[in-house]
Design a protein around this ligand. Structure first.
Ligand SMILES: Cc1ncc(C[n+]2csc(CCOP(=O)(O)OP(=O)(O)O)c2C)c(N)n1
Length: 670
């Protein structure tokens, strides 16, 4: 069989696997894989450096299917090139318990590098992967010893490029000159509602050119030599990310459905499948037919992958001999382990030091541990000095300085958070990102995916309440704690003082699965005198007794988080003057508390003490679970106001007399 015929056979094999799997599932997206099969084939068989036998090989090229609805394209490629994804899994596409979910899910299927489906996210994840590659290459490669050197590829769609998050990430990637980022744009002029004439007529090429990308265009998405040449040119371009605009036809080869929105998200239907198979000269039976020659050709990826990795392993052995410390650091970083002794750098804060905002404490902690954890990298969306996230003496990550650990994300919260996910899935780095808590809303889609994918991403959210003051209701978070707590697998931590903040970082860095949000104040808070109070390491258990009633059971429990814990402590004093025994529970993290054994939870919140008052400057939603039916909640059901922080707090009920009054009411002592 000549090469051209073989190429066509392989490309059609991808198409038909996707068509048959969607047909069997009675659900899915056949059009996208049919239209992009040739691009994917050229990329995966001629360019992508990967080892199907070891999807974790650290120096593999990364591939992102940003248009995750085309998941059958990826599953077909994974099966055909020899990943541990048997044909039976493709036959179980979209079914309960299969490894071929509707959209690619990280950790579910070998070879899936990141979870995609929400459009635009994968685009931005790739940017994070490319940043990680550039950073790690600079940190670990040494003359004559290259152990980090790979590309990041993606297939992106019209929908991806319409999304704002892709624009943010593209702008950042162009600015950072991420030359090893190569995206193929499936420009098929179709989205769900119909032709993109309805919605998307901008000059995408010019836009990316303006971002500083290297832009190429291919007129015919089935033109194998043109795709090959464009990918070669993209690889040769080392300072600009590449966008290859490929004009394709959705559902290519389906006589009745090609170039129609109908082919986007529904099976072709038995009759149309028949006509499509006729068009390609494909046998009608059996479904999931794999031509021997095509399979043999695809499976060459296995041997090639083994050779690539073996070569890399021998390079790594030489590297490890020449640079044993670096090699050990590399391996530790990949295992997501922290260097020994890092915890000794964690500072503790003394009550005598006065008051301190938890954001300031966070900045001190970060800088104290930064040199001990060289792969901790991150930054802020243009609020680094407010978020206190700058690592002093760690440099700025830039085209000139790939070893810089401060990433200036610019005013791109959504792009930042999706980029953080890419950094995390790449591996080798511990990423963090920061902004005001209010703007966590701008990051939410990517935070959700970090949680779904159990990625170890750390968020630093400062200016966490009304207490931020004059910036007013647009900047004062009200529903944000509740909104973050609503995300499964995200740990939200709102420390009450500097030492809890230190403990918060400790938890965040040691938690390997799932993101952690540290929620911090702008305003100063007292540093609790731990000699007189519960130890700050109680934070790790989510809630703990900060101040108790000597010996006797409390009359009432005051439960608070963050800045409201000091308020609870003040109210407790005043209640004591009236002979009321109040316990103060600091509750920085619901999620950590829920992980504790029942016995511990009942020590902190004994079922017999039913008079409980929660205090938090946010919506009361959720607190009922902790205060119980006889409890009460001081929260907020309105937006804030522009005035100095202490004034807003006071006016909206966050003052000791109000807490005392509500406690007395609860106790029937009004
Ligand atoms: C953020 C987000 N919004 C909406 C959707 C639903 N959706 C899935 S694909 C798609 C657009 C399809 O157009 P395109 O990206 O060009 O893919 P094609 O039709 O070419 O396969 C939409 C709106 C989504 N997956 N993600």
């Amino acid at each position: 069989m000549d090469q051209r015929t073989l190429d066509q056979l392989c490309i059609n094999t991808i198409r038909m696997l996707a068509v048959d799997a969607v047909e069997r599932a009675k659900s899915g997206h056949p059009g996208m894989p049919m239209g992009t099969a040739a691009l994917a084939y050229v990329l995966w068989t001629r360019f992508l450096k990967h080892n199907p036998a070891n999807p974790q090989w650290p120096d593999r090229d990364r591939f992102v299917l940003s248009a995750g609805h085309g998941s059958m394209l990826l599953y077909s490629l994974l099966h055909l090139t020899g990943y541990d994804l048997p044909l039976d899994e493709l036959k179980q596409f979209r079914q309960w318990g299969s490894r071929t979910p509707g959209h690619p899910e990280y950790g579910m299927t070998p070879g899936v590098e990141t979870t995609t489906g929400p459009l635009g996210q994968g685009f931005a994840n790739g940017v994070g992967m490319a940043i990680a590659e550039a950073f790690l290459a600079e940190r670990f490669n040494r003359p004559a010893h290259t152990i980090v050197d790979h590309y990041t590829y993606a297939i992106v769609s019209d929908g991806d490029l319409m999304e704002g998050v892709a624009s943010e990430a593209a702008s950042l990637a162009g600015h950072l000159q991420l030359g090893k980022l190569i995206y193929l744009y499936d420009d098929n002029d179709i989205s769900i509602d119909g032709s993109t004439d309805l919605t998307f007529t901008e000059a995408v090429g010019k836009r990316f050119d303006a971002y500083g990308w290297h832009v190429q265009e291919i007129a015919d998405g089935n033109d194998v030599p043109a795709i090959d040449a464009a990918l070669r040119a993209a690889q040769a371009e080392r300072t600009k990310p590449s966008l290859i605009i490929v004009h394709t036809h959705i559902a290519y080869g389906s006589p009745g459905k090609q170039d129609t929105a109908e082919a986007h998200g529904a099976p072709l239907g038995a009759e149309e499948v028949k006509h499509t198979k006729e068009f390609f000269g494909w046998p009608q039976e059996p479904p999931f037919y794999l031509p021997e020659e095509a399979l043999t050709h695809f499976r060459m990826a296995i041997e090639r992958g083994q050779i690539w990795e073996a070569e890399w392993q021998s390079r790594f052995a030489l590297y490890a001999a020449a640079h044993p410390d670096l090699a050990a650091e590399w391996q530790r970083a990949l295992r997501r382990e922290l260097p020994p002794g890092w915890e000794e750098r964690l500072p503790t804060f003394k009550a005598e030091d006065g008051t301190m905002a938890t954001r300031v404490a966070s900045g001190r902690v970060l800088n104290a541990i930064a040199s001990a954890i060289p792969n901790l990298i991150g930054g802020s969306a243009d609020l680094a000095t407010s978020n206190n996230t700058l690592l002093r003496s760690a440099g700025e990550f830039s085209p000139q300085n790939r070893s810089g650990r401060n990433i200036y994300f610019g005013v791109r919260e959504h792009g930042m958070s999706a980029t953080l996910n890419g950094l995390a899935v790449h591996g080798g780095v511990i990423p963090y990102g920061a902004t005001f808590l209010i703007f966590s809303d701008y990051m939410r889609p990517a935070i959700r995916l970090a949680a779904l994918s159990e990625l170890p991403v750390i968020y630093v959210f400062t200016h966490d309440s009304l207490g931020l003051g004059e910036d007013g209701p647009t900047h004062q978070p009200i529903e944000h704690l509740a909104a973050l707590r609503a995300i499964p697998q995200l740990t939200v931590i709102r420390p009450a003082d500097a030492n809890e903040t230190m403990m918060g970082w400790r938890v965040a860095l040691t938690q390997r699965h799932g993101p952690v949000a540290l929620v911090l104040t702008r305003q100063n808070l007292p540093i609790f005198d731990r000699a007189q109070m519960g130890a700050a390491d109680g934070l790790a258990r989510g809630a703990y007794i900060l101040l108790d009633t000597a010996g006797a059971m409390p009359d009432i429990i005051l439960i608070a988080s963050g800045s409201e814990v000091a308020l609870a402590a003040e109210a407790r004093e005043q209640l004591a003057q009236q002979g009321i025994r109040a316990r103060v529970v600091s509750m920085p993290s619901w999620e950590l508390f829920e992980q504790q054994p029942q016995a511990y939870r009942e020590t902190v919140l004994p079922p017999t003490v039913r008079k409980r008052l929660a205090i938090e400057a946010g919506v009361p939603q959720g607190w009922r679970d902790y205060v119980g039916p006889e409890g009460d909640i001081i929260g907020l059901t309105r937006f804030g106001a522009s005035a100095p922080g202490p004034v807003v707090m006071d006016k909206l009920g966050f003052n000791a007399p109000h807490v005392v009054a509500r406690a007395l009411k609860l106790l029937g002592r009004t």
